[in-house]
Design a protein around this ligand. Structure first.
Ligand code: HGY
Ligand code: MN
Ligand code: MN
Ligand code: MN
Length: 405
């Protein structure tokens, strides 16, 4: 069994790194707040008897030997956040993994398999336009040219890495040789477990995000002296596009599409917007349907541009394939859930996770923890310590079962 008071204390302590007066957390990759949070995680990992290292992109890795020389079982998640994020997204998964290691140590339990606990770098992609940096590097799909992504201050990921002592040319060294299995505990960030009245769930698959950046270029002119019929208003054009994006997404039952960021230039009260840049996030568990939706949106953007005499450019940020969780892993998690007397509920993850990348190199399984009101990416994000304790015990139990299988 795990120690719920210790877990609760660590959730509170970690949440203080990047905490804003609004109650939201800003803890972005390669920032001071994140560096301090990583030091805190490093300390907890060492207390839990793990030998800790930082790899070539800044993943924090805690390792524990097994009694047998074999591929490690990996448990991971992330501690970086979205802007004004909550206390649990990613953080709970990392702290639960450390709590499992600490409990193994406290109880003197030796596993056959080596154990690797990972706090992945930049899962959210808040700063540089694409996410899952750490798990992409660890699974060998991160390319050096991808480090050109810029944050809102114009700093590239490459520059941020260098400023923090990492060599962008060495990202290939982060690639892991082999992993026996990957497990991730994460908050659900949706309403299914709450509606089923269960504290934990078994993830069947993860819908991969497709991100684009759209720039609409019109003509900045005088707001008072330019008659309506001759305007090339980039913001009105973008607004029509964004409403159409919503309508296109509604056409596909399980798809979602979101415009989360928007910048207007020159952003003056008395200036007709000449240029607007906005983000697009499209998700559907079916990869083909996701591509079809993105295509339909791209065609619509060109049609609206023509009609409104503006130019539009669509830049690819990231497209992550949707993945299925390994059937045997799902079955093992289900055994652990049932052994605790809990109704086994299986569900899809609409949110993306590092597990999507690990699923390409080894069997992957995810354990979901109930989210109050399904809220996430919001300071109101909350999972009860009861549910966190139950889920962490399911994680512990699943690890021991995997090790014995
Ligand atoms: O965007 C996501 O789905 C995750 O929060 N990174
Ligand atoms: Mn402690
Ligand atoms: Mn998130
Ligand atoms: Mn997350």
């Amino acid at each position: 069994m795990i120690n719920r008071e210790r877990l609760a204390k660590h959730i509170e302590e970690l949440s203080q790194f990047g905490m804003q007066s609004s109650g939201g957390i800003n803890r972005f990759s390669f920032t001071e707040e994140e560096a301090k949070a990583n030091e805190y995680i490093e300390k907890l990992m060492e207390e839990a008897g793990l030998s800790v290292s930082f790899d070539a992109v800044g993943n924090v890795i805690g390792e524990r030997q097994g009694t047998e020389e074999k591929a490690p079982i990996m448990i991971g998640s992330h501690i970086d956040t979205v802007p004004h994020g909550g206390k649990f997204d990613g953080a709970l998964g990392v702290l639960a993994a450390i709590e499992v290691a600490q409990s193994l140590k406290d109880q003197g339990i030796q596993l056959k398999s080596p154990l690797k606990i990972v706090s992945f770098k930049d899962e959210e992609g808040t700063r540089f336009g694409f996410g899952l940096l750490g798990s992409r590097a660890m699974t060998g799909i991160l390319k050096e040219e991808e480090l050109e992504g810029r944050d809102d201050q114009g700093i590239t990921l490459k520059e941020a890495m260098t400023q923090n002592g990492y060599d962008p040319e060495k990202i290939g060294e982060a690639k892991v040789r082999e992993v026996a299995a990957y497990l991730e505990l994460h908050i659900e960030q949706g309403k299914v477990l709450e509606s089923e009245n269960v504290p934990v769930g078994i993830v069947t698959g993860i819908a991969g995000p497709s991100w684009k950046e759209i720039t609409v270029r019109g003509l900045s002119e005088h707001a008072g002296a330019t008659p309506m019929p001759i305007r090339q208003d980039a913001l009105v054009a973008a607004s029509e596009m964004i409403l159409n994006i919503e309508q296109i997404a509604f056409k596909y039952k399980d798809a979602v599409a979101t415009v989360g960021k928007l910048q207007v230039k020159p952003n003056g009260v008395n200036v007709i917007p000449g240029e607007v840049t906005f983000s697009l996030d499209v998700r559907d568990l079916d990869n083909e349907r996701c591509a079809k939706i993105v295509n339909e949106i791209s065609e619509m953007i060109q049609e609206v541009s023509q009609k409104r005499n503006v130019e539009s450019e669509i830049v690819e940020l990231q497209t992550v394939s949707s993945v299925q969780a390994d059937a045997a892993m799902q079955a093992t998690i289900k055994e652990a859930v049932v052994s605790k007397g809990i109704k086994p509920i299986s569900l899809v993850s609409g949110a993306g996770h590092d597990a999507m990348n690990l699923a390409r190199i080894c069997p992957m399984g995810m354990i979901f923890v109930r989210s109050k009101d399904g809220i996430s990416h919001n300071p109101l994000e909350y999972s009860s310590i009861d549910d966190c304790e139950i889920a962490t015990n399911v994680l512990f139990d699943t690890l021991v079962r995997l090790d014995q299988s």
